[in-house]
Ligand binder design. Structure first.
Ligand code: NAG
Ligand code: NAG
Ligand code: NAG
Ligand code: NAG
Ligand code: NAG
Ligand code: NAG
Ligand code: NAG
Ligand code: NAG
Ligand code: NAG
Ligand code: NAG
Ligand code: NAG
Length: 751
């Protein structure tokens, strides 16, 4: 039991009461609103009381008219409520939607009060790039589901990157930059994260419209308010140092460095100008930016700022004195603008540019910032490539154990549940550890929901969660039919011990589907590292029996068909089966082509099954509302204010990100997706073209020309990116076909 907060405040602080502090009732308004939103039939059954306590903790108990939650913070209140809903109510909230309103009408009793406590003060969420790969076109209703999902799981430190450009533009205008200078710098709606990172500058496909900037700013104001209501501290943007080129003309004496080169982009689109933090102009811009931001969102909503200067972009100099100077100047500017500022940064660079970032340089860079509580470093890829262990726990600075897991919103299955339950605790308890948080830093939120759920749940358990019992209760909530057919539990037992038990760090990320890559004779299969295509499990003893078990479960209990998450999972598992079978068919095609007795006919015959499989895949995906390309495009277009040109511009951004990613395929297929419509109108035509080409070379006795194949595929991409939905392309917007028939067909044809 905890003391009531008010009482302890008086005991400990005497008469001191901060005038600005909110009353408990005010602080709890957001939680009561959450209860009303998600469990409206029980809106009056839950009561909350804030109590004093050292860490984020809660106690749930039975009350006369329902359930009472005592909690030390608003975030802990939300987690307490969620713990009741999941552990006693048997319901949950998913990326596919909230099922919390399916709580039994008579609320189950708690019995012996249940306590919970976070193992770390920070529960973090988002990668800088999730704002593009997943949320680029989200509206408030999509954000609302996301923020509730986060709050309920106890996340209290979300990145809040939406609408950055509005305040940045105001700041740039103030120092005399013209709108044309600024437009020359900003990137399109689907690419803003990398502009903010200083990887790219400028646009392709058209300049960023002010309508976009204004709409995103309006959205951000609502998001910040909601985050605060839900007990979260938003991590706010700050001035990073990346500036329009014209600033150096306007301020010829300012220290501005250039020369960066990112991912094959032409220098007109990269080579960003970086205003050195040692320059007084940097501090002036920082102060201007932060004061405008405080005026817009409130001055006390957060003192934690996101600021990344060298993401995939090495510093101008490797001299430790220079690096120390950069961070010293940067941090001084933050503290000058906000005396309580804390600097949060993604630690990806220490992994991705490991050869540049020697221990000595990291120590110098972090060492420029005085104190240990003044920074929070996201150890971005802790599950496969932790950096905290080579940096003496970031030399004492606060850091967060993050799961990266997903690149570019790719959708292949992968995970290691055992590691996610053990490694954060081991890191927390390692000697001299300065770990202060656990978080999710996926590039895209796509599928594999269990690997994210389990980590956020582990953040509230001081002992490793028992994976097998965790999976059993997770699936019982996901498919809330009574009784749960044993085959449904069996399907997840199979997946959790195979697909989600990947011990190999070289494939620890979503496994990319090779049909989503530009066709080629070599280089597609068995990739490891940044974008693995090697499949680290045996399909015949994992995906295949899991799909069979799911369909058997539906035969045992037909009501499962009406559970949206069940239908989603059946499509997803069948998708993975087809994906993996494609690799086998592709291998057959290459072998047929390379055979000494290959003929045009033998190559054609070997190519046909690949194309048939892609037809089936497209049809399968079309049966579920969550696997549609049209969602992505419609979400983009809905910001167009009814303007045809603006709509086409938004659609180009949406299409280009998931295909060419750059005007000329600079990071082609990085953010590929298994979406109906994309498979049928893009991946399949590419493979058709490829097979036709292989057949042609055999007919004509020519040798395979990889340069020609690459340029042909890029041309297909450029044409496709220019398309607009429905413009004579015979595409469908919505769901069509039947999931169960398609899943049976997949099993019969491709098992
Ligand atoms: C730039 O520095 C030079 C040399 O110190 C000085 O003469 C000049 O006035 C400065 N220009 C501006 C715009 O501050
Ligand atoms: C990079 O930008 C600077 C300043 O705008 C320019 O002088 C330089 O030529 C650019 N580098 C390349 C390779 O284009
Ligand atoms: C912000 O918080 C500080 C310290 O808690 C307080 O002094 C200040 O008055 C607050 N400002 C506003 C606008 O509430
Ligand atoms: C960084 O270096 C600049 C130029 O050498 C110097 O003027 C400045 O005082 C240094 N800043 C810090 C914080 O060390
Ligand atoms: C840090 O941990 C990872 C994963 O366990 C390991 O591969 C790596 O060698 C460790 N690095 C150091 C310097 O201990
Ligand atoms: C920061 O942490 C390191 C490592 O634990 C310690 O040596 C150092 O004294 C700490 N610095 C401060 C200012 O507390
Ligand atoms: C995990 O829970 C299962 C029951 O679901 C039990 O059989 C097993 O012994 C538990 N494992 C551990 C390590 O406690
Ligand atoms: C992938 O690599 C494994 C082991 O190195 C090999 O057995 C397999 O044939 C390769 N598969 C493909 C499709 O290249
Ligand atoms: C097939 O032939 C291509 C081109 O000659 C070659 O690069 C590739 O390694 C061969 N692949 C196999 C699997 O034999
Ligand atoms: C391969 O195709 C490219 C692009 O069409 C062409 O320039 C090149 O000459 C071709 N190479 C051979 C060996 O035919
Ligand atoms: C795509 O549209 C752009 C801009 O309108 C145009 O420059 C380009 O030629 C088009 N490309 C294709 C392949 O249609």
């Amino acid at each position: 039991m905890f003391l009531r907060r008010g009482l302890l405040t008086v005991l400990a602080l005497g008469l001191e009461v901060a005038c600005a502090a909110k009353s408990s009732a005010e602080e709890l308004q957001g939680i009561y609103a959450l209860v009303k939103r998600r469990t409206p039939a029980h809106a009056n059954a839950f009561s909350f009381a804030l109590v004093e306590g050292e860490s984020d903790a809660f106690t749930i108990s039975d009350a006369r008219n329902g359930i009472h939650v005592e909690c030390t913070t608003v975030s802990a209140c939300a987690r307490g409520y969620y713990t009741y809903l999941t552990q006693h109510g048997g319901v949950d909230i998913w990326w596919t939607g909230s099922r919390l309103n399916e709580l039994p009408s008579h609320l189950p009793k708690v019995g012996q009060p249940v306590e919970g406590q976070a193992i770390v003060p920070y529960r973090y969420h988002f990668n800088t790039v999730t704002f593009d790969y997943t949320a680029a076109f989200w509206d408030f209703s999509q954000w609302e589901l996301e923020l509730d999902w986060l709050a309920l799981r106890g996340v209290n430190l979300p990145l809040a990157w939406v609408g950055y450009e509005y305040i940045l533009i105001e700041t740039f205008r103030e120092v005399g930059l013209s709108d044309a200078d600024i437009a020359d710098f900003l990137s399109g709606p689907a690419f803003q994260a990398w502009n903010r990172f200083g990887n790219i500058q400028g646009s392709w496909g058209g300049e960023l419209p002010m309508d976009w900037v204004n709409d995103q700013f309006a959205l951000q104001k609502r998001l910040i308010k909601r985050m605060v209501e839900l007990g979260m501290t938003p991590v706010l943007p700050s001035f990073t140092g990346f500036v329009p080129r014209a600033l150096s003309t306007l301020y010829p004496n300012a220290s501005i460095v250039t020369g960066s080169q990112w991912s094959g982009f032409p220098s007109s689109l990269t080579n960003d100008s970086f205003l050195e933090p040692s320059d007084p102009l940097f501090a002036a811009l920082q102060k201007s930016f932060i004061s405008k931001q405080q005026a817009a969102y409130g001055s006390n909503v957060s003192h934690i700022y996101t600021l990344d200067q060298y993401n995939e972009n090495d510093p101008f100099s490797g001299d430790p004195a220079y690096l120390r100077n950069v961070t010293a100047g940067t941090f001084a500017s933050l503290r000058d603008a906000d005396p309580d500022a804390v600097w949060l940064m993604q630690g990806w660079l220490f992994f991705s540019s490991e050869s540049f970032w020697t221990d000595e340089r990291i120590e110098a860079y972090l060492g420029g910032v005085p104190g240990n509580d003044s920074m929070i470093i996201l150890d971005l890829y802790s599950e496969a490539a932790p950096q905290w262990n080579r940096t003496k726990s970031y030399y004492g600075k606060q850091w967060v154990w993050c799961e990266l897991h997903d690149y570019g919103g790719n959708m292949g299955f992968e995970g290691n549940l055992g590691e996610l339950t053990h490694d954060p605790l081991a890191a927390l308890h390692s000697p001299g550890s300065s770990m202060k948080g656990v978080g999710l830093a996926m590039e895209g939120q796509e599928g594999n929901e269990i690997v994210y759920d389990i980590l956020l749940d582990q953040a509230w358990s001081s002992t490793p969660l028992n994976v097998s019992s965790y999976v059993d209760s997770w699936v019982a909530r996901r498919y809330p039919v009574k009784p749960l057919p044993s085959a449904a539990a069996e399907a997840w037992r199979i997946l959790s011990t195979t697909v989600y038990n990947n011990q190999d760090p070289s494939t620890q990320a979503t496994i990319k589907s090779i049909y989503e890559l530009a066709p080629a004779l070599t280089g597609l299969t068995n990739r490891t590292g940044h974008h693995p295509t090697a499949i680290p499990y045996d399909t015949d003893t994992s995906i295949l029996p899991a799909l069979k078990a799911l369909l058997e479960a539906k035969a045992q209990h037909p009501a499962l068909a009406a559970v949206p998450e069940f239908a989603y999972d059946v499509v997803d598992v069948a998708r993975q089966l087809l994906t993996n079978r494609f690799v086998d068919l592709y291998t057959v095609l290459v072998d047929a082509y390379n055979a000494s007795d290959a003929t045009a006919d033998s190559v054609k015959a070997a190519g046909r099954p690949l194309l048939n499989l892609l037809c089936d895949l497209d049809a399968l995906l079309y049966t579920n509302e969550h696997f549609l390309l049209s969602n992505w495009i419609a979400d983009a277009r809905k910001w167009s204010h009814g303007s045809k040109t603006y709509g086409a511009y938004l659609e180009y951004n949406a299409r280009n990100q998931i295909t060419l990613w750059g005007p000329d395929g600079e990071i082609n297929d990085y953010a590929s997706k298994a979406w109906a419509g994309l498979v049928g109108t893009y991946y399949k035509p590419r493979w058709e073209t490829f097979v036709d080409y292989l057949v042609e070379t055999k007919k004509k006795g020519e040798v395979y020309n990889s340069t020609l194949v690459t340029s042909t595929m890029l041309a297909i991409g450029e044409k496709w990116d220019n398309g607009t939905w429905g413009a004579g392309e015979g595409q469908w917007w919505g769901v069509r076909g039947n999931t169960w028939e398609m899943a049976e067909h997949v099993l019969q044809t491709w098992a």
